[in-house]
Design a binder for this molecule. Structure first.
Ligand code: NAP
Length: 365
């Protein structure tokens, strides 16, 4: 066994333990591996040909074999306490599937250990430190990391380069930005008007949280708007859209909880600029996503069920001549394209691997 900068060269066994092949893999660790996004990372990485998970943290499940909750996991590794995994300084890349405040504590320590970090929380997504108290409820202690962190929405941001810290986008933000960026790039929107959006997400979007409002009896057969005027993805969406438009963009975003486990749909409404027609909308979306392996332009408004279990974002936009309105939709699986799948896509880009590696759409029907 030889080890060089977190890449390990194993001679004797392939990752399934079947044969005597030689493999070269990148070692990674996951903090917060027992959460919904952490578990999804374990599931995806269990099938990734170039990566081996060598550490997965959970205080609650410490000592429990990962295979008990992810049967496809290829080794006998067990969950271990967060502090123990941090002290072990293992892995080339660390995924943080933890609350934002925890990511702010962990990321600097991991970077000091020369690890690269993909953070799934909102801790490093906003460039403007002043936005944190209002939208996240705390003062950000590390403005230097806000500056160096790279926002990782591959279909929008192009090349990633070799950042040490990637801020993986929020689930609603991913769908919202993918839904309307082509409008802004092509100048289809009336710049005097805001964009109105609503997002609807299944309950895994809230994490495995013990809260009255997330009990089955409260969620089943119910539809509920939440965090009105205050959803923390609003500034993240505005930040990305301003970059695409080259000007400030105002967004009114309302989140809703729907009675399903996973899946998310954003519907967006804008006022079209003079001279826009249906053909211009079609052209703008074809140009933006024609080459994208994970954005699928659908012929009709997308449904969440078609993307469940995949890293695909299903996008559709129309021009409404009657109201001079633009409407766009994006459906994703909040735990895959909205969290773990996109994090693996970013990891692939950090390692210079094809971004689709280990992520080819399978889904469930
Ligand atoms: N759920 C989604 O759809 C989604 C989508 C995009 C982004 N995200 C973001 O991803 C992150 C994880 O979300 P989730 O929904 O997967 O959460 P979750 O189901 O509530 O799980 C949270 C995880 O964080 C761990 N954790 C809690 N406090 C910790 C601490 N002080 N130190 C280390 N680890 C700690 C927990 O470990 P224990 O086992 O010890 O409790 C658990 O594994 C959040 O920042 C969330 O905003 C979630």
């Amino acid at each position: 066994l030889s080890q060089q900068e977190g890449r390990v060269h194993v001679i004797g066994l392939d990752r399934s333990g079947r044969g005597d092949e030689t493999e070269q893999v990148t070692q990674v660790v996951i903090f917060g591996a027992s959460g919904y996004s952490g578990l999804e990372l374990l599931r995806i990485l269990a099938q990734h040909p170039e990566v081996r998970v060598v550490g997965a943290s959970s205080d609650k499940w410490a000592g429990r074999p990962i295979k008990e909750v992810v049967p496809t996991f290829p080794s006998r590794l067990a969950f271990e306490p967060h502090a123990a995994l941090l002290a072990r300084a293992s892995g080339e890349i660390a995924f943080l599937a933890t609350p934002a405040k925890t990511s702010i504590e962990l990321a600097p320590q991991l970077l000091a250990q020369n690890r690269r970090v993909v953070d799934l929380s909102g801790a490093f997504r906003l460039k403007d430190r002043a936005e944190y108290p209002r939208w996240y409820g705390f003062d950000h202690p590390r403005p230097d990391l806000l500056e160096t962190a790279q926002y990782g929405l591959p279909e929008i941001d192009g090349q990633l380069g070799a950042p040490s810290l990637v801020a993986n986008p929020g689930c609603y933000a991913t769908a919202a930005i993918l839904a309307v960026t082509p409008w802004l790039r092509a100048g289809l929107l009336d710049p005097a008007e805001p964009i109105f959006m609503d997002g609807k997400s299944g309950t895994t979007g809230a994490g495995r949280t013990l809260e009255d409002g997330l009990l089955h009896a409260e969620v089943a057969e119910n539809l509920r708007p939440y965090r009105l005027l205050g959803h923390q993805h609003t500034p993240e969406i505005e930040q990305a859209l301003a970059k695409a438009a080259g000007r400030a963009v105002t967004v009114s975003f309302t989140a809703h909880l729907i009675p399903m486990r996973r899946g998310l749909l954003v519907s967006a409404y804008g006022k079209a600029a003079q001279g826009v027609d249906a053909e211009a909308v079609k052209r703008a979306f074809g140009k933006a996503y024609g080459d994208s392996p994970f954005v699928q332009l659908t012929e009709r408004a997308p449904e969440t069920a078609i993307v469940t279990g995949t890293n695909v974002a299903a996008v559709h936009s129309v021009y409404d001549e009657r109201t001079r309105g633009l409407i766009a939709f994006c459906a994703i699986d909040n735990l895959v394209k909205g969290a773990a799948g996109q994090a693996v896509q970013n990891m692939n880009r950090m390692l210079g691997l094809p971004q689709t590696l280990g992520l080819m759409p399978q889904g469930v029907s």
